[in-house]
Design a protein around this ligand. Structure first.
Ligand SMILES: *Cc1c(COP(=O)(O)O)cnc(C)c1O
Length: 364
């Protein structure tokens, strides 16, 4: 198979899926895949055996969820346009509005639909304000308990999404308690509560049993169906980006140029200023691995290898599923990585290739 390509390995996806399935059974919570994190639909059938459905952040995502991910389909968007709403409703089982203004605006069209509202509890775990839903002046959800209470009869559920890469159960627990203290009265009036994504409960040391007990207790206390919307937790570690070294140079450091680009193919890392991951990253030879776009800072990172790199060497960047494949782009006209899937029996199949026609078709 020709590089570059993203390789989704079902044997790496499976442990996450099994944890999700265990959590659902133990806690009663339903788990919906957040498509904004991962929308490679060729593995949706597989994932749907372990999850309840999908949730979305736009019309196109909700439609993809409806068409490709069996189960429940939740619609959410920061704002819907007038011309989108009919189609959003047609493709969803529930619609979650971001503001009371949008709820009121689309009240007539959505009257027969299950409706919810996003609440911004004003606390979060994000370390980057770029991704902090509780940042000052945040537009992400309503924050005033009295204003939310005043429209409570028009909705049956609330969505809180304030965790972000949170791998601490204690921190999750603390924040849920804050939410209960502040919004408990209105939560009592609801049938369902989504606690959003950003909870890294599939991580190696996460106390899944305590998490399940907390969710179950919450559901019983308020008489609600709990939903979780994992993105990253569902697909963490499930894919790699496979590349080949094209050239080497030396300019104070050893440089290897590969047939990919961090700007075009791993953009989320560049935005958050994180290096790509190569394992085991040991050995006597230090190399800076660089992209083939002409962006000066198109650098994947500095890694260690057992031998000097040379043209033709194959490298594998780890953990490239979440927020990565959804952001690939045509910058510099660099060939977009194909998509391959490794089945549980070890066989690998190509599910998508991109060529010049795709590049040309992306603009006009
Ligand atoms: C981003 C997002 C998610 C998924 O978050 P992860 O960190 O990938 O788990 C879930 N729900 C909402 C509303 C989101 O915005």
């Amino acid at each position: 198979m020709q590089t570059p390509y993203y390789l989704i390995d079902k044997s790496r996806l499976l442990p996450n899926m099994e944890k999700i399935a265990w959590l659902r059974a133990e806690s009663g919570a339903k788990c919906l895949l957040a498509l904004k994190c991962f929308a490679t639909w060729s593995v949706f059938d597989f994932m749907s055996e372990y999850m309840d459905g999908s949730t979305s952040s736009s019309l196109y995502e909700v439609r993809l969820g409806r068409e490709k991910f069996p189960g429940e389909t939740h619609a959410y968007s920061v704002a819907y346009a007038d011309h989108e709403i009919a189609e959003v409703l047609a493709h969803s089982d529930k619609i979650i509005f971001n503001s009371i203004g949008q709820l009121k605006k689309f009240a007539p069209q959505s009257a027969g639909h299950i409706r919810g509202l996003r609440v911004n509890p004003g606390v979060s775990t994000s370390e980057f304000d770029l991704a902090d839903p509780a940042r000052p002046f945040s537009r992400l959800g309503e924050h005033d308990p009295d204003e939310i209470d005043a429209i409570a009869d028009q909705i049956t559920g609330l969505m809180f999404h304030n965790n972000c890469e949170n791998d601490s159960f204690d921190r999750f627990d603390e924040m849920l308690t804050l939410i209960e203290d502040r919004f408990g009265k209105v939560i009592h009036k609801m049938d369902w509560i989504s606690l959003g994504g950003g909870i890294h409960f599939t991580g190696a040391d996460y106390p899944l049993d305590r998490f399940a007990a907390r969710l179950k207790g919450f559901a019983e206390r308020y008489g609600v169906q709990v939903y979780l919307e994992p993105g990253e937790a569902a697909i963490s570690g499930a894919a790699t980006l496979e590349v080949t070294v094209l050239d080497t140079m030396h300019n104070g450091k050893n440089l290897a140029i590969v047939d990919s680009s961090i700007e075009a193919h791993l953009l989320d890392l560049l935005i958050y200023r994180e290096p790509a991951k190569i394992t085991p990253n040991t050995g006597d030879h230090a190399w800076m691995v660089c992209g083939k776009s002409c962006l000066a800072g198109d650098i994947f990172g500095e890694f260690r290898f057992d031998a000097p790199l040379k043209a033709g060497d194959r490298l594998s960047f780890q953990d490239t599923a979440g927020y990565t494949m959804v952001k690939k782009n045509w910058f510099n006209g660099v060939k977009m990585p194909s998509i391959a899937i490794r089945e549980l029996d070890g066989s690998t199949r190509l599910v998508r290739d991109f060529d010049y026609d795709d590049f040309a078709a992306a603009l006009s």
